[in-house]
Design a protein. Structure first.
Length: 634
């Protein structure tokens, strides 16, 4: 697990400055505290920071093939690398290390751009082929590992983190105005955009070729055309069970200590159960909780699972007074603003767990595979009502005019008034058009309307042949999962130099889950039916039947009591008022509504808080690397 970066000049006669590569890698020490390296050849320069996980003695990067004509900088884990190494050796390739990095390199030599179709795991990498002069880059199918890039007139800059791009001196710190409304609507910036003007994400399941000053991006994988799985319910659940078991098994490959982030819910508890069933010994588990917050404290459930499977369990407490400072650190490491209070808890959990292990597994992704969120069933019910009672749409549009107080009601009226393609923007979409009209200063500085509506509709259209639930899951996997949850998962754990693995997001398991009938995903108000049937073989009813909570943080109560003055101080500060993105009278109103317990708008307050902290961290502050910033970009 590592941090990668690089510079590619259109003019091959130019030389990438080693000092700039050093400045870029210096921004990612937390991603790779064990080693650093650079590679420069003509107009191409690569940088690398390494966290040793596989083959601790060799495998320093950037790494070359035997004759040093092909070089790679790589981040990730390829779980089938040993099988691929054997296959490539049979084709005549020779290995100098036992790393998966070298397997990717030889796979490129053997299969070219098609090498990505052979890789099973999480990855982001760039390869320089000196013979052709091209740089080939790729990101894993689900977007577990990040890859950011910037294209100037004569330079291409990439990295695992945006801070590396900023540290190069070739990327300016500017906000993309078109991303603001996207962020306040869904709580993140849907790709390929970021909040930074000109900085883009290589989308999940995509690869990129940079040659002669031009870039070509293509999609190499999708699951929009997975055929329905054949068989009765029992046989399909058995197949899911075996594939999940296989995924957990291959995710256990490591040369360093390994543990599990255990919430006490079905997803992470099943991972622990399967680890034990696969013969795992001395399993270490880690949980986070909150003092005097029984409504969101998962520690007691996690402890019961840990006791059941005899793990070495560690529990940590996040105090409210730690939250704001932790939120600032969360913003700094996330780089992309995300409305994820759980990211703060995850960062602190990873920090506390680091002395005990280097690699952690989690249950991330199960909800998007198997409809774990209640909102999926709510959206399907609303659609059924619209079809059964056609006048409900015009009635909802009329009622919106009179709904002035309760934002939750206004949100549902917006959904009823629209078709699914227009209404649904993911599980985090609570700032619907009527809400945004109340909050956003449309005449604010640099205002631009939403750019993301067309992208969401295109995703719905791509899988139009499927039922509505399958379409919702597809959209969330492509957006909410990749651009929010996996940003949180990667950035918060790597901030503590911990590698996070997500066995539910093995692409073979996802393809199997996508083909399952909807009745094995959600039914009668309950989601993850197939997983629950598997988990029933391992877990007690108190774990299986408890309400879904995820990684809850009691910000509703904290923002009303312990942190009320701090949050109000930030959102009524001169700096925030000067941004001009949100009507201040709206901000003052929701502060009052929340303080008086009229409605819980803590998520809205969190989004504004993160937006302000992000501007203070990345836009207001001077460049973090003055030496790199001084480099001429002419």
């Amino acid at each position: 697990m590592c941090g990668i970066c690089g510079i590619v000049f259109a003019d091959r006669a130019r030389t990438a400055p080693a000092s700039v590569l050093d400045a870029m890698t210096a921004q990612m020490v937390h991603r790779g505290p064990d080693e650093s390296g650079t590679y420069v050849h003509g107009g191409v320069g690569f940088g690398h920071r390494r966290l040793r996980v596989i083959d601790l003695e060799t495998g320093r990067q950037p790494l070359s093939n035997e004759d040093e004509s092909v070089w790679i900088t790589y981040n990730g884990e390829i779980y089938n690398y040993r099988d691929l190494a054997g296959r490539l050796e049979g084709l005549g390739h020779r290995f100098r290390t036992r790393t998966d990095t070298e397997v990717v390199l030889h796979a490129y030599e053997q299969w070219g751009e098609a090498c990505v179709s052979y890789l099973r795991g999480m990855f982001a990498f760039a390869i320089h082929d000196q013979a052709t002069g091209q740089v080939f880059a790729a990101r894993d199918r689900l977007g577990i590992k990040p890859f950011y890039y910037y294209e100037g007139e004569d330079v291409f800059v990439f990295g695992s983190e945006i801070k590396a791009l900023l540290g190069s001196g070739y990327v300016e710190r500017k906000t993309d105005p078109a991303a603001i409304e996207s962020f306040v609507a869904v709580g993140y910036v849907p790709g390929p955009k970021t909040m930074f003007l000109g900085v883009r994400k290589l989308m999940p399941g995509h690869c990129l070729v940079r040659q002669a000053g031009r870039s070509r991006v293509r999609r190499y994988w999708d699951f929009d055309a997975v055929p329905p799985s054949a068989g009765d319910a029992d046989s399909l659940v058995d197949r899911f069970h075996e594939k999940l078991r296989e995924s957990v098994r291959i995710h256990l490959v490591s040369d360093v200590p390994l543990g599990v982030f255990l919430s006490g819910g079905v997803d992470s508890s099943t991972v622990v159960a399967l680890m034990r069933a696969l013969g795992g010994e001395r399993i270490q588990t880690f949980s986070v909780g909150y003092r005097d917050a029984p409504e969101s404290d998962e520690l007691r459930y996690a402890k019961r699972v840990a006791d059941r499977f005899h793990t070495e369990h560690h529990a940590f407490i996040l105090e409210p007074e730690d939250f704001i400072e932790s939120a600032r650190l969360m913003v700094r490491f996330a780089e992309e603003p995300i409305v994820e209070p759980a990211a703060v808890a995850l960062y602190r959990l990873a920090e506390c767990a680091k002395p005990f292990m280097t690699v952690a597994l989690s249950g991330e992704g199960a909800d998007e595979l198997l409809a774990g969120y209640r909102l999926y069933q709510t959206a399907c019910r609303l659609h059924a009502v619209r079809r059964a009672v056609p006048p409900i749409g015009p009635l909802a549009r009329t009622l919106r005019r009179w709904c002035t107080r309760r934002e939750k009601w206004l949100k549902y009226l917006d959904w009823l008034a629209s078709d699914p393609e227009s209404a649904y923007r993911g599980t985090s979409y609570d700032a619907t058009p009527s809400v945004r009209r109340r909050m956003l200063a449309h005449d604010g500085p640099g205002w631009a309307g939403p750019y993301f509506d067309d992208a969401y509709r295109a995703l719905f259209d791509r899988i139009r042949h499927a039922d509505l639930l399958s379409r919702l899951l597809y959209v969330d996997t492509k957006t909410w999962l990749a651009d929010d949850l996996l940003v949180k998962a990667d950035k918060m754990t790597m901030a503590a130099s911990v590698e996070l693995r997500v066995p539910f997001l093995d692409h073979e398991l996802l393809e199997l889950a996508a083909g399952l009938p909807s009745r094995l995903k959600a039914r009668r108000g309950q989601g993850k039916i197939a997983l629950r049937r598997v988990a029933r073989q391992y877990l007690p009813a108190e774990i299986l039947d408890r309400p879904k909570q995820g990684f809850p943080v009691p910000i509703g109560r904290w923002f009303r009591r312990d942190l009320a003055a701090t949050v109000a101080g930030i959102l009524q500060s001169p700096e925030w008022r000067a941004r001009g993105f949100v009507r201040q009278e709206y901000v003052d109103w929701i502060l009052t509504e929340h303080a008086r317990s009229r409605q819980d708008v803590s998520r809205r307050l969190m989004s504004f808080l993160v937006l302000e902290l992000w501007h203070r961290e990345f836009i207001d502050r001077p460049p973090a690397c003055p030496r790199a910033a001084a480099v001429s970009i002419s």
